[in-house]
Design a protein around this ligand. Structure first.
Ligand code: PGA
Length: 247
């Protein structure tokens, strides 16, 4: 079954790294599963990577978003229009690292511009270590999902990345049953609040220490529509093998 395989490069990469990476990727990508591949590189390298996107059939996304570009000016900001101008179709919002360091400048109102600008937002949600310890996972995620509902618009498609903060970069992942349970919880929560959506319009990706060893099991778990991969997406052999998986 076709899945979303997304690479979150964070603040990694260089021109030389990208050249070598896509030389290998072009030669070894054999995506018979027709997985939808999305790269989230640093903004500065978007244009260089966009040159490979058509030939290799992947999408591009920004890692954070500041404004639509019309509503306010912000030193250091990148507008949704600039992402589109550089070939992007997706944008990550609410990643836990951005939330933690206060760089996350999106607001529920800003989500509006995604419908106007045709960018697909991927909203990251997930519990931290304390939430987990205190059994507050569902409560935390419900609060984070509220950002989707505090708008007047109904998105046509919703993509959520469930990323337990304690799993990111730690080598630890929840059990497959827990991943499925939370993905189901997220889908039900959205369907309850946005009843005009159908289940097939809601996709939930899992992120946090995904690698070649665990990717197939995670992608095969019920209610998992894809993965968002950090560290392992920088290892081109490993990431290419994950893209080539048949689920
Ligand atoms: P990781 O990062 O795969 O290195 O755990 C995932 C993320 O932060 O999106």
């Amino acid at each position: 079954m076709k899945k979303i395989i997304a690479a979150n490069w964070k603040n990694n990469g260089s021109k030389e790294f990208i050249k070598n990476y896509f030389d290998y990727f072009a030669k070894n990508l054999n995506n018979t599963n027709k997985n939808e591949i999305i790269f989230f590189p640093p903004d500065l390298y978007m244009d260089q990577i966009d040159k490979y996107s058509k030939k290799l059939n992947f999408s591009l996304g920004g890692q954070n978003f500041t404004s639509s570009g019309d509503d306010f000016t912000l030193t250091g900001g990148t507008s949704s229009k600039m992402f589109i101008d550089n070939g992007c179709s997706h944008i990550l919002i609410g990643h836990s690292e951005m939330r933690l360091y206060g760089f996350d400048t999106y607001t529920p109102a800003n989500l509006l511009c995604f419908t106007h600008d045709h960018l697909q937002a991927i909203l990251c949600v997930g519990e931290d270590h304390n939430d987990k310890k205190n059994n507050h996972t569902s409560e935390k995620i419900s609060k984070q999902l509220k950002d989707l509902y505090e708008n007047e618009f109904i998105p046509k498609k919703v993509i959520i990345a469930y990323e337990p903060v304690w799993a990111i970069g730690s080598g630890k992942i929840p059990t497959l049953d827990n991943i499925s349970f939370i993905h189901r919880f997220i889908k039900n929560n959205i369907l309850e609040k946005l009843p005009s959506l159908k289940e097939k319009d809601i996709m939930v990706l899992y992120g946090g220490s995904v690698n070649l060893k665990n990717a197939k099991d995670i992608l095969s778990a019920p209610h998992v529509d894809g993965v968002l991969i950090g560290g392992a997406s920088l290892e081109v052999k490993e990431f290419t093998s994950i893209c080539n998986l048949k689920i």
